[in-house]
Design a protein around this ligand. Structure first.
Ligand code: S3P
Length: 172
């Protein structure tokens, strides 16, 4: 496998962070989570950033952190936030900076995983399923546009999914 960054893209709750950590461990590479990095640089959580700066402010931070991480890290496994693909610039950056995996799951699985979520500002609404559907409708084509590999996260534990994913990646 080539020594480039591996990015995980996909919707909220699909398992980018948990599968990404396992994949990084199998590959003996650093793992970076863009959301966690934004929070640590800002000294505040994502909900606070949305409250203070709006989604626009959050997206600016997200693009900057993405570029910084790409530039400053050795080849790593990088979990992105679900909305990273909304920016055409980010999509270009992802595609030109490594291998991109679209981690996908059924709507039902995403509803279930996000049922009790309290940390994602976009999901703190009455009809969560409707928001998930709407986001998927817009973003699924964008995830596919940037992806080198489309892979389901529904194949068991994160460790198991990462192992099968690694087998798949070694074919590329
Ligand atoms: C978002 C997804 C979140 C986080 C923010 C916005 C989105 O990341 O970046 O709440 O727009 O889908 P996860 O996909 O890691 O939950």
């Amino acid at each position: 496998m080539s020594e480039q960054h591996i990015f995980l893209v996909g919707p909220m709750g699909v398992g980018k962070t948990t599968v990404g950590k396992q994949l990084a461990s199998l590959l003996h590479r650093p793992f970076v989570d863009i959301d966690a990095e934004i929070e640590s640089r800002c000294g505040a959580d994502i909900q606070w950033i949305f409250d203070m700066e709006g989604e626009k402010g959050f997206r600016e931070r997200e693009s900057k952190v993405l570029q910084d991480i790409i530039d400053s890290n050795p080849s790593s496994v990088i979990a992105t936030g679900g909305g990273v693909v909304m920016s055409a610039k980010n999509r270009k950056v992802l595609q030109s900076s490594g291998q991109v995996i679209y981690l996908c799951a059924s709507k039902e699985q995403l509803y279930e995983r996000m049922r009790r979520d309290k940390s994602r500002p976009l999901l703190q609404v009455e009809d969560r399923e409707q928001v998930i559907n709407k986001l998927l409708e817009v973003r699924d084509p964008l995830y596919r546009e940037v992806a080198d590999v489309v892979f389901s996260s529904e194949g068991g534990s994160a460790a198991r999914v990462a192992k099968v994913l690694l087998d798949e990646l070694s074919k590329h």
